[in-house]
Design a protein around this ligand. Structure first.
Ligand SMILES: COc1cc(/C=C/C(=O)SCCNC(=O)CCNC(=O)[C@H](O)C(C)(C)COP(=O)(O)OP(=O)(O)OC[C@H]2O[C@@H](n3cnc4c(N)ncnc43)[C@H](O)[C@@H]2OP(=O)(O)O)ccc1O
Ligand SMILES: O=C(O)CCC(=O)C(=O)O
Ligand SMILES: [Fe+2]
Length: 362
C-alpha cells in the first residue's frame, strides 16, 4: 500500500504523528511498504540480540485432560517454581473459541485508522479501553514494534463500549477460560498450604481481568528492534494465546544469555506466573522475564488475559507462606500503585518487582 505515504514520512515527528496521533500504528507503517526501520524503533544492542544457543531444556507442556490427577498438579506447581511458564493442552477451552478470538483480533486491527483511533487514550469512550502502540511511548527511549488494544473488564454494561468487531469473541474467550484459571490457582495455592480459596482470596487472586490483543506487523529490519522488550507481567497469572508464527522467548535458567523459545503448539495455551503471585508466594512461584522478537516476513498476533488482584487490594506474602517462620521478602503494597509503577516506565526486565521488595536496613 501507499508508497507515496511512505515517501512523505520524512522525519521522526512525521512517523510519530502517523503512528501515534493519526492512529495508523506500526501496522499502518508496515503497510506503507517502508523499507528501513525508523530510527526511534532502533533498540540498544543488548536489548535486541538473542544469542542462539540451543537450550538443553524447554518450557513444559502439560496435558490437562486428567486435571484431577495429582501428577498433573505436581507438574503445574513444579513448572511455576522452576520456569514461571508452561503450556497447557486439553485445557477445556473450546478450540473454536480460540479460533474466533484470533479472527476477531485480525478484525479489529484490520479496521481503518480512523476507527481504531476512536479507542486511543485521548478519544476512548472509557479509561478502561485503550488502543495504543509500543508499551509506554512517553517513557521509552526506543519504541517497540507492536500495536495493542487493552480492555479492562468492569461489567457487562461497560463492555458494551468495546469495539463491536471483537467484543463478543473476547468476552467468550475470557468466560471460557475461567474454569482453567480457577483450577490452576486452586492447585498452585494448595502447594502454598492454602487449602480453601474463600471470597477474600478469590478477589486477591482473580478480582480484576485485563485482556489485551497484540498485533506485531512485518518489520523491515527485525534484527534492530523488538516486538516487546524484556518484562515480567504484573498479573497473578497470564493466560496467553499465540498464533503459529512464534517469537516469544522466556529467560531460562542457564545464565544471562539463556532465552528459551516458546514454540507455538496448535490448540495450546501458554500460562505464565505474574509478579502479584511471585509476591503472594513470597518468591516460591516465579514471574519470569520474557520478550517478543520482531518478524521480517509474517504478521503475528497474541491475546493475553491478565488475571489480577483488584486495584484497591493490598498484596504481600500470604500468611500461609510465612506460617513456618519463613522471612517475608516482599512488603505489603497497594496493587494499583504497583501497576502504575509498571506502566510509567519503559520495560526494564525484572526491576519492577523491586518496588515491593523489603530492603534490609542496617
Ligand atoms: C501495553 O503493553 C504491554 C502491557 C503489558 C501488561 C502486562 C500486565 O500484566 S497488565 C495487568 C495489569 N493489571 C491491571 O490492569 C489490573 C489493575 N489495574 C489497575 O490498578 C488500574 O486499572 C491501573 C492500571 C493502575 C489504571 O488506573 P486508572 O486510574 O484507571 O488509569 P490511569 O490513571 O489513566 O493510568 C495510569 C497510567 O497507567 C498507564 N496505563 C493505564 N492503562 C494502560 C494500558 N492499558 N496500557 C498501557 N498503559 C496503561 C498509563 O501510563 C497511565 O498514564 P497516562 O498518563 O497514559 O494516562 C505487558 C507488556 C506490554 O508490552
Ligand atoms: O505476544 C506474546 O507472545 C507475549 C505478549 C506479552 O508478553 C504481553 O502482552 O505481556
Ligand atoms: Fe508479558
Amino acid at each position: 500500500m501507499v508508497p507515496a505515504v511512505s515517501a512523505s514520512l520524512n522525519g521522526s515527528s512525521d512517523v510519530t504523528d502517523f503512528v501515534i496521533n493519526q492512529g495508523h500504528g506500526v501496522k499502518g507503517l508496515s503497510e506503507t511498504g517502508i523499507k528501513a526501520l525508523p530510527k526511534q524503533y532502533i533498540q540498544p544492542l543488548q536489548e535486541r540480540v538473542i544469542t542462539k544457543i540451543e537450550p538443553r531444556e524447554s518450557i513444559p507442556v502439560i496435558d490437562m485432560s486428567k486435571w484431577d490427577d495429582p501428577q498433573v498438579a505436581n507438574s503445574i506447581c513444579d513448572a511455576a517454581e522452576k520456569w514461571g511458564f508452561f503450556q497447557v493442552v486439553n485445557h477445556g477451552v473450546p478450540l473454536e473459541v480460540l479460533d474466533n478470538v484470533k479472527k476477531a483480533t485480525y478484525g479489529f486491527f484490520g479496521l481503518p485508522a480512523e476507527e481504531k483511533r476512536k479507542y486511543s487514550k485521548e478519544n476512548s469512550p472509557s479509561n478502561n479501553i485503550r488502543f495504543g502502540t509500543s508499551f509506554s511511548p512517553q517513557a521509552e527511549k526506543a519504541l517497540e514494534w507492536k500495536d495493542y488494544l487493552s480492555l479492562f473488564y468492569v461489567s457487562e454494561e461497560e463492555a458494551a463500549l468495546w469495539p463491536p468487531v471483537c467484543k463478543d469473541q473476547i468476552l467468550e474467550y475470557m468466560m471460557s477460560s475461567k474454569p482453567l484459571i480457577n483450577h490452576l490457582l486452586q492447585v498452585l495455592m494448595k502447594r502454598l498450604n492454602v487449602n480453601e480459596i474463600d471470597e477474600t482470596k478469590q478477589n486477591l487472586l482473580t478480582g480484576s481481568v485485563r485482556t489485551n490483543i497484540n498485533y506485531y506487523p512485518i518489520c523491515p529490519n527485525p534484527e534492530l528492534t523488538v516486538g516487546i522488550g524484556r518484562h515480567s507481567d504484573v498479573s497473578t497469572l497470564t493466560v496467553l494465546l499465540q498464533d503459529s508464527v512464534g517469537g516469544l522467548y522466556v529467560r531460562g535458567n542457564e545464565g544471562e544469555d539463556s532465552w528459551i523459545h516458546v514454540p507455538p503448539i496448535d490448540g495450546a495455551i501458554v500460562i505464565n506466573i505474574g509478579d502479584a503471585l511471585q509476591i503472594m508466594s513470597n518468591g516460591r512461584y516465579r514471574s519470569v522475564e520474557h520478550r517478543v522478537t520482531a518478524n521480517g516476513s509474517s504478521n503475528r498476533i497474541s491475546v493475553p488475559i491478565f488475571v489480577n488482584p483488584r486495584p484497591q487490594d493490598i498484596i504481600g506474602p500470604l500468611p500461609e507462606t510465612l506460617a513456618n517462620g519463613e522471612k517475608p521478602i516482599y512488603k505489603q503494597v497497594l496493587y494499583s500503585d504497583y501497576v502504575r509503577h509498571f506502566f510509567k516506565k519503559a520495560h526494564d526486565g525484572k526491576d519492577t518487582v523491586d518496588f515491593a521488595k523489603i530492603t534490609e536496613s542496617y
